[in-house]
Design a protein around this ligand. Structure first.
Ligand code: GRF
Length: 195
């Protein structure tokens, strides 16, 4: 059995897609051993509680040292084979990136390397895509490195940008693809020989 730890800062719909995929067998032989919440009061925490999954909340005003300490402690307890950033907005401290090299993945709502990096999160990504006149966007799962959104790309799904799309309508179509892409990648990684 493989252990997954999820980090989330918001609604946690991608986190939910992982839980659902475990339930339905799309992700085989794995459990989520814990959720690390980027801040208190988020919907992702309620989802974890409903599913009986332990939660740790990062200190709100914590500096990088506090964040490193909390993450180190929780990851030490929950022993992840794979760490999944599912809408996690904070930067992973370098010490942890080094310790878990190629074991941390992130989902991003654009076709990286386009529309990635610091400041590209949430609706800002989709606003920028529409403003630039791109005809395609999508989502990307990639390995996490020391820099935002720069690690090797594992898999992408393309989503067409419609003439009448708003950032919200585009976000919704991409999110639906994220919910399929992320569990599929997790299952493939965990069932490859490297994990
Ligand atoms: C997703 O669009 C994901 O790509 C991005 O943040 C959003 C998180 O949504 N990193 P949710 O919290 O999983 O609903």
């Amino acid at each position: 059995m493989k252990n997954i730890v999820v980090l989330a800062s918001g609604s946690g719909s991608n986190f939910q897609s992982i839980l659902d995929a475990i339930q339905s067998g799309i992700i085989e032989n794995a459990i989520v051993t814990g959720l690390i919440a980027g801040r208190p009061g988020i919907r992702a925490i309620e989802r974890a509680e409903s599913a009986g999954i332990p939660v740790a909340v990062l200190p709100e005003a914590g500096d990088e040292t506090q964040m490193t300490n909390t993450l180190t402690l929780q990851l030490g307890k929950w022993k992840p084979d794979l760490i999944v950033l599912a809408g996690f907005l904070k930067k992973i401290p370098e010490a942890l990136v080094k310790q878990y090299r190629n074991k941390i993945i992130n989902i991003h709502p654009s076709l990286l390397p386009k529309f990635g990096g610091k400041g590209y999160y949430g609706l800002k990504v989709h606003k920028a895509v529409i403003a630039s006149g791109e005809t395609d966007s999508g989502c990307t799962v990639h390995f996490v490195t020391e820099e935002y959104d720069e690690g090797d790309i594992i898999r992408q799904v393309r989503v067409h940008v419609n003439q009448n799309d708003t950032p919200e309508t585009l976000a919704a179509r991409i999110l639906a693809e994220e919910h399929k892409l992320l569990p599929a990648v997790i299952n493939d990684l965990l069932n490859s020989n490297s994990y």
